[in-house]
Design a protein. Structure first.
Length: 155
């Protein structure tokens, strides 16, 4: 009788600990949302060197860090990012898509406020979500290898 209670207690503790681990573990959607926010924050703060590390390896192999950073620095005076709205991420394996709306103050030549609605594509490499929105070759390759996902979220 006493051994049954001990076994049941251990079983309950094991199940409770497993449930806590499942609840505490971030979902893919949470990780995608967090990645999009982090990338936006880096872009807004002008942290272009760190932002380069958020690109997929295929993009980094084609564009040097120096060229990437200088290109973004050259556009810095054209706009001032203000905030981002991130829609619900949709994840399928190592590919994710999320609709975003970015708000910014456009400086020259417009001097006004604007918004940009973008469907962000992300790929998971080495356990991290990387933004592939501007990398059509990477997006096409992942969509081609996952046709069901491509049908649901066309570019």
């Amino acid at each position: 009788m006493k051994s049954k209670r001990i076994v049941l207690s251990l079983l309950f503790l094991t199940l409770a600990a497993g449930a806590v681990a499942v609840i505490a573990a971030p979902s893919d959607a949470d990780e995608v949302r967090s990645s999009v926010q982090r990338i936006f924050d880096q872009l807004k703060a002008g942290q272009y060197d760190a932002l380069y590390d958020s690109l997929p390896s295929s993009t980094r192999s084609r564009v040097s860090r120096d060229r990437f950073v200088k290109g973004l620095q050259g556009s810095r005076n054209l706009y001032q990012l203000e905030r981002i709205e991130i829609g619900p991420p949709r994840v399928s394996g190592n590919l994710a898509v999320v609709d975003t709306t970015m708000y910014a103050h456009l400086q020259q030549p417009f001097n006004g406020d604007g918004k940009l609605v973008v469907q962000q594509y992300l790929v998971r490499e080495d356990g991290r979500w990387r933004v592939a929105t501007g990398d059509r070759a990477t997006i096409d390759r992942f969509l081609k290898s996952n046709p069901a996902f491509a049908r649901k979220f066309p570019i």
